[in-house]
Each structure stands twice: as C-alpha cells, then as structure tokens.
Design a protein around this ligand. Structure first.
Ligand SMILES: NC(=O)c1ccc[n+]([C@@H]2O[C@H](COP(=O)([O-])OP(=O)(O)OC[C@H]3O[C@@H](n4cnc5c(N)ncnc54)[C@H](OP(=O)(O)O)[C@@H]3O)[C@@H](O)[C@H]2O)c1
Length: 261
C-alpha cells in the first residue's frame, strides 16, 4: 500500500478522502482560524465544516492564508435542516463564504422529512454532476434511510457521517455501509470515549502514545474516516500523529470489544 492509499479512502466516483481530518465545530473567529491554520501547517489536508457551524469564512481564510494549494485540501460542508427547495442557494452561500469554487464533499446534515428527502438528494446529485461538489453524501442517516435514497435514484451517498467511537462500534453497520458502497465517517470520537478507560490506557502505554491517538488510529485501521476537533495546538498535532505506530489485530479486537451496542 502506498502512503496515499494508507492515509486516504476512495469514495464512489474515485475521489480520495483523507482518513483523518480536523473537525471544526466551535472553531470560530480568530481562535478557530488559528487552530485551522495550525492544523494545515502540521499536515492536515481535510477540514470538516457546515453551514450550521457559522465558520465557513474562517475556514476559507485559513485555507487561503496557509499557502497550501486548494486542490490539496479536502473540504466538507453540510446542508442544514429546513433548506428544502433552497439547496442551491445554500451551497452558493457556502462557496462564497469559503471563497472556493467547489467543495470536495457536501452532506445533508440531518435527514429531512421523508417527503422531502428524495428531492433534496436529487439536488445534491445535480450539483455534483455540475462540478460544484466533487462528492455528495449524508450525515446522521440510518441504513433504511439510505436505502430509500438508493431505491429512488439508484445512487448511494458517497459518505455517511455519524457518531462513532469504540463505544459505538457496530460491525453490522460497517458491513451494511460497505455493501452499499457508502464510506463511514465518524464524528465526536473523543466525546463518546472514556479517555481514562484502562483497556485504551494499556494499549496507549504499550505504544508510548496517548489514548486519543489510539482512538484515531483505531478508526484509520478500520478505514473509517475520523475528524477530531481541537483548539489546542499540541492536541491538534498529536491527534494527527498516528502513522508512526500500528495496532495489532488483538489490540483492534480488544478496542472493538468496548462497544456498548
Ligand atoms: N454531522 C454531525 O451531526 C456532527 C455532530 C457533531 C460533530 N461533528 C463533526 O465532528 C467533529 C468532531 O466532533 P466533536 O467536536 O463533537 O468532538 P470530539 O472531536 O470528539 O471532541 C472534541 C473535544 O475533545 C477535546 N480534545 C481534542 N483532542 C484532545 C486530546 N488529544 N486529549 C484530550 N481532549 C481532546 C477538545 O478540546 P480542545 O478543543 O479544548 O482541545 C474538545 O473538547 C466536529 O468538530 C464536527 O466537525 C459532526
């Protein structure tokens, strides 16, 4: 496996998405800008924002000022609830705030009502076909809700962004997503983890890393995208520093075993 293959996952349609990105919820204003700049300086090439986070302009400014070419950064934003019929206007506002001509991934942030879900999904597919989003997907959708989109359009979301952590590990959900060609992207990896857990602590000590690094690495080895958020420079660095060690199969199974599902 090349380094690019190891650190990215291929979405349907061929776009490659870095497995580790920076979550930017609550990274707003100057403090947010500084955190995002720092992340880009230390090597992050994937930023997760949303219209609801009200920080797209901070993300855009950080990208421009970083000196990293736009095409080297994978940018996700999300359509908020209640925008049925105004999808394009919302994306146009996102692009204006970000100061970019396209996003890499546009997600439906939360499932719309059953009646409007298909219409919204068709709008996302159309903007993808026009090149305004390189890939489109969903967030907080169940497998049944994804199946409704596939049944109506024949096209599966490239990604489903959902809460994920060792405690929420669910092998059946991983399998269902893979069968449909949907890449799983986990959010709130730390908030949903007991960072003092003795199993995670023992594994971290064995590799001379931190528990958050073990949690991020566990996602990467499962090929599940992970987007830890931090405003703290040192944490931004360590959360991304997960390619200097690897978890054994036995360690992966012990972490899977922390699932409470
Ligand atoms: N699609 C959705 O509905 C949805 C919902 C929630 C989140 N998200 C996305 O997922 C991203 C991540 O989720 P999240 O922000 O909810 O939570 P998270 O990444 O699990 O946790 C963030 C918290 O953990 C702390 N932290 C970060 N690194 C740490 C470390 N190495 N050691 C100890 N604490 C650490 C942060 O503190 P400091 O910042 O003070 O360092 C912050 O309080 C969001 O930013 C957003 O992009 C999406």
């Amino acid at each position: 496996m090349t380094q690019t293959q190891e650190r990215t996952v291929a979405l349907s349609g061929g776009v490659r998405m870095p497995l580790v990105g920076l979550g930017t919820w609550q990274l707003k204003g100057n403090r947010g800008y500084e955190a995002i700049r720092h992340a880009l300086d230390v090597g992050y090439r994937h930023l997760d924002t949303a219209t609801m986070y009200e920080n797209e302009s901070d993300v855009g400014r950080a990208i421009r000022d970083s000196g990293v070419p736009r095409e080297e950064i994978f940018v996700t934003t999300k359509l908020p609830p209640g925008r049925e019929g105004r999808e394009r206007k919302t994306l146009a506002a996102s692009l204006k705030n970000l100061g970019t001509g396209y996003v890499d991934l546009w997600l439906i942030h939360w499932p719309p009502s059953r009646e409007s879900s298909i219409g919204t999904w068709r709008e996302l597919l159309a903007v993808r076909d026009e090149g305004l989003a390189r890939a489109v997907g969903v967030s907080n959708f169940s497998t049944a809700q994804i199946d409704e989109l596939i049944a109506a359009t024949g096209q599966a979301p490239a990604v489903n962004q959902i809460p994920w952590s060792p405690a929420s590990y669910d092998a059946a959900q991983v399998a269902q997503s893979r069968e449909r060609g949907v890449v799983l992207e986990g959010y709130s990896p730390f908030k949903r983890t007991r960072l003092t857990d003795p199993v995670l602590g023992g594994i971290a000590r064995a590799h001379a890393v931190t528990v958050p690094q073990v949690v991020v690495r566990w996602h990467v080895q499962h090929r599940i995208v992970v987007i830890p958020k931090s405003a703290t420079p040192e944490r931004i660095e360590t959360n991304f520093d997960v390619y200097g060690f690897s978890l054994s199969d036995e360690e992966m199974s012990r972490i899977d075993g922390l699932s409470r599902r």
